[in-house]
Design a protein. Structure first.
Lengths: 111, 115
């Protein structure tokens, strides 16, 4: 079946460091891929998405490229800020409306 | 415009009591979803409503869980005879038409604690 695997956290970085959160997937068909972010005490917010291979989603300085050959959708940011501290979820949906989420990766950015 | 809203934001109840959780989707969205976010287990799909079609209840974990959507808008998730393992954050989402692979927009969630 379809699944999403994310790197385990927590990830702790200093401000202005480079961020990578790995996400790989298994899916039948042609999935759409998403990154959602959950700030402390808040619900999930869509961060970025990509709907086909080689698409790059970007938002708020974050980027992720849909790599079909490696079945990956890694999240990157060149310079993190304290305000980026949150839990990040990778998700996919393929041929249906049922999202499959990863378990989430907690990011903590220190000043 | 306004996003998905949920109430209450927090609910503490005693084991065996019934609870009702409410979701108000984005205006104009015809599809509504409920998910559960349990500690250490990620998010799991519970139920899906689309317009006047019969809901997809395939994710409901037991018959103690039920949901309805009145008038194609507001939805209520009811948990009867709550158990401690029901403690979780219950998230509601909505989307435009419920088509496959459509972007879903989430509410802030209801944090349920069963003592």
């Amino acid at each position: 079946g379809n699944s999403v695997t994310q790197m385990e956290g927590p990830v702790t970085l200093s401000e202005e460091a480079f961020l990578t959160i790995n996400c790989t997937y298994t899916a039948t068909g042609y999935p759409s891929l998403f990154w959602y972010v959950q700030y402390p005490g808040e619900g999930l917010q869509l961060l970025l998405k990509a709907t086909k291979a080689d698409d790059k989603g970007s938002n708020k300085g974050f980027e992720a490229t849909y790599r079909k050959e490696t079945t990956s959708f890694h999240l990157e940011k060149g310079s993190v800020q304290v305000s980026d501290s949150a839990v990040y979820f990778c998700a996919l949906v393929s041929g249906t409306y049922k999202y499959i989420f990863g378990t989430g990766t907690r990011l903590k950015v220190l000043a | 415009g306004a996003g998905v809203s949920q109430s209450p934001s927090n609910k503490v109840t005693e084991k065996g009591k019934d609870v009702e959780l409410r979701c108000d989707p984005i205006s104009g969205h015809t599809a509504l979803y409920w998910y559960r976010q349990s500690l250490g287990q990620g998010l799991e799909f519970l139920i899906y409503f689309q317009g006047n079609s019969a809901p997809d209840k395939s994710g409901l974990p037991s018959d103690r869980f039920s949901a309805e959507r009145t008038g194609g808008s507001v939805s209520t998730l009811t948990i009867q005879r709550t158990q401690q393992e029901d403690s979780a954050v219950y998230l509601c989402a909505s989307s435009d038409r419920g088509r496959a692979q459509e972007t879903q927009y989430f509410g802030p969630g209801t944090r349920l604690l069963v003592l």
